[in-house]
Each structure stands twice: as C-alpha cells, then as structure tokens.
Design a protein around this ligand. Structure first.
Ligand code: XIL
Length: 347
C-alpha cells in the first residue's frame, strides 16, 4: 500500500486525509502507511477523558504523547478527540464531595454546588489537556454526541447535572486556553439524518446566539454502502455552511452491513467480491461529493487505517455472534482494495 500514489497527495488541493490510530499502530507497516498516505491523525482512544485522567488529578499521558509526538515529528495535523463525551469518561467526574452520584441529589442547594464542582472539574481537565497539546492540534472535538437520536439533547449525566452549561463551559474553556485561532467542533454521528441534523442545527444556533465559540461541525460519517443518501449528506454540509460554520468528516468508515450488523460474514474469505465493488462505488460517490464541496470541508478522517483494525468488528461480533467488517480502502493485509482506486479516480 505504500508503493502507490498517496491519498494525501491526491487530495492535497482539497483537504488533508486523516486516520484514527492507537499508539501501537505508529510503528511497523501501519506506521509506514500512515506516513505515506495521511497528513492528519487523531487518537482512537488515547485522548479520551478516561485515558488521560482516570482518577482526579492522576494523569496518564503516555499513549497520547506518543501520538502527539508522531504528528509533530512527521508534520501532520492532529485532531483532538475528545474533550467531552458521555462514554469513556471516568465516574469520578460525577461523584459529589461525599462520593455519591450527583445525579441522585434532590436538595436544590446541593445540586447547585454539584453543578459548580462538575464544571470546575471540566474546566481543569480542558485547561490541562489543551495546554499540553495546543502547539500541534489543529482541530478540537470539544463536545462529542450531544444530540439524542430520539430527538433533542442527549440526557447524559453532563446534561442532568448542568443542563446545557457543560457545552458552554467546554467551548469557552477550550477557546480561552487554545486561543482565538483554534478550531472548535461539535462532533456527532448520523448528522445526515434530517431530524437529527435539525436538532443539531437548533443546538448550534442557540449556542451561537449565546456567543458560545463554536467553529464547526464534525460529521462522524459511520456510514453504510446504501445509507445515508448522498442528497441527505450534501444537505447536511450545506446547512451548516450557511450558518458560517466549517465542516469536517471525522470518523469515516463504510460498513459492509446494514444496521444492526446481525448477518456479518465470519471471515474475510467469505466476503464476496461484488460487495467490495459496491463499497468501491460508494467510496467514489462520497469522495466526489467531498471534492465538490471542498470549500466547505476542511478535513476528512477515516476511523482507522486498514480492515485489520476497526471498531466495527466489535459491532459485528456483538450482533452476529462472530463476524468481521471491512470498512476501509486498505484490506486486512494492508493491500489496496477496489475502494482505494475508485476514491483516487480523477473526476
Ligand atoms: C470507539 C473506538 O473506536 C473503540 O475502540 C472504543 O472501544 C469505543 O469508541 N464514535 C466516537 C468514537 O466518537 O470515539 C468511537 O470510538 C466510535 C464512535
């Protein structure tokens, strides 16, 4: 995969090409592919709150530093993922001074005190992390997945304890510490789905009216071969562009399956070539759109490097008992797939 034209070169007029990585993927063949094909990286897990601050005031920088150093050394962009999320966040954030869950508190005065404490913890987390990586980070996922698929805001512990103030505090703290030039994103999945896109639109317009410093929308783009439609995908970019916001594609993968993936193939050998061809058509379609809208899209990042390592395998296993997915343009042995050639096509 490192003897062919580089994806980063191919799209250099349009946007950087990124990959999500674990620290152990920086060496060997995967490191070689990274350096050749990508000019941006993001930590798949190493920069989430549970990785960085597993206990209050106890920091683990090892994996995160390796990724940041790789980006510095090879002059790559680094997307930071993620300052706030409801998953992969340690419980201590949400325990009060007595060690009881803040969400259970009924006394009004204590609820107010808890909220203040939680927002202070958030601010401390953000200040510490931002100071460490702001020299190399080009885009920050400030809040991840704030919207509920069923409508409105997701009722996480963050929301139950602070309302929307956690979002405000997170962006204001990121702006204060990362500076005026830092690019700050609300990141979410299924941003193409009209109802969810509208909820995200409502949230971001409220935030902007309140002078909360949001610069753009991160579209995760965990997509499938036949879903979502290219029209919905286009409308979603255009909608946020009209608001004056930037767009980034932050976690692209093209699953071979529908949702849920309860019919997954058990091994790569069983996956028919025709399915890989359909996936290649999808890659052609999606990259044509990204190129056409390149003024509105400042970065495109895959949620992995090659099919040998993808979080979608866990999903396939969960719903099919056993199974593999193969969502990328490099196969499980790092060879180029039909999807690679179709996304690289001159248009
Ligand atoms: C996933 C990782 O890929 C997995 O390794 C981990 O077990 C769970 O999180 N949306 C996100 C990412 O914003 O952080 C998730 O990453 C995938 C979905």
């Amino acid at each position: 995969a490192w003897q062919v034209q580089s994806m980063a070169d191919r799209f250099s007029d349009s946007f950087p090409i990124g990959a999500a990585v674990e620290p152990w993927q920086l060496n060997g063949k995967q490191g070689k592919i990274l350096k050749h094909h990508y000019n941006s990286i993001v930590a798949e897990n190493a920069m989430k709150p549970i990785s960085l601050q597993p206990e209050e005031g106890v920091w683990d920088w090892e994996g995160a530093d390796r990724i940041a150093d790789f980006a510095r050394k090879h002059d790559m962009e680094l997307r930071f993922h993620t300052l706030v999320w409801h998953n992969q966040v340690p419980d201590w954030f949400f325990l009060d001074e007595d060690g009881s869950p803040m969400v259970d508190e009924t006394d009004e005065a204590k609820r107010e005190a808890n909220k203040k404490l939680l927002l202070e913890r958030l601010d401390t987390h953000i200040e510490t992390v931002v100071d460490r990586y702001k020299d190399v980070v080009t885009a920050w996922d400030v809040v991840n997945e704030a919207i509920d698929d069923g409508g409105g805001l997701r009722e996480t512990a963050w929301y139950q304890i602070t309302g929307t103030d956690y979002i405000k505090t997170a962006f204001e703290s990121a702006r204060e510490h990362a500076g005026d030039d830092a690019m700050l994103y609300l990141n979410d999945y299924n941003t193409e789905v009209p109802s969810k896109r509208d909820d995200l639109y409502d949230l971001v317009t409220d935030l902007l009216e309140d002078d909360v410093p949001v610069d753009g929308i991160g579209h995760q783009a965990h997509i499938q071969i036949d879903w979502p439609s290219i029209e919905d995908t286009r409308e979603s970019f255009e909608l946020f562009t009209e608001l004056g916001l930037d767009n980034q594609v932050t976690e692209l993968d093209v699953s071979l399956y529908g949702w849920p993936p309860d019919n997954a193939y058990a091994t790569y050998d069983e996956i028919p070539d025709s399915l890989y061809d359909e996936q290649a058509d999808r890659y052609a379609e999606i990259f044509s759109l990204y190129e056409e809208l390149d003024a509105d899209i400042s970065s495109v990042t895959f949620w992995g490097i090659a099919d040998n390592h993808t979080w979608l395998d866990d999903r396939a296993e969960q719903y099919s008992g056993t199974g593999v997915d193969a969502p990328f343009v490099f196969d499980e042995n790092y060879r180029v797939k039909p999807a690679f050639w179709r996304m690289m096509d001159e248009r």
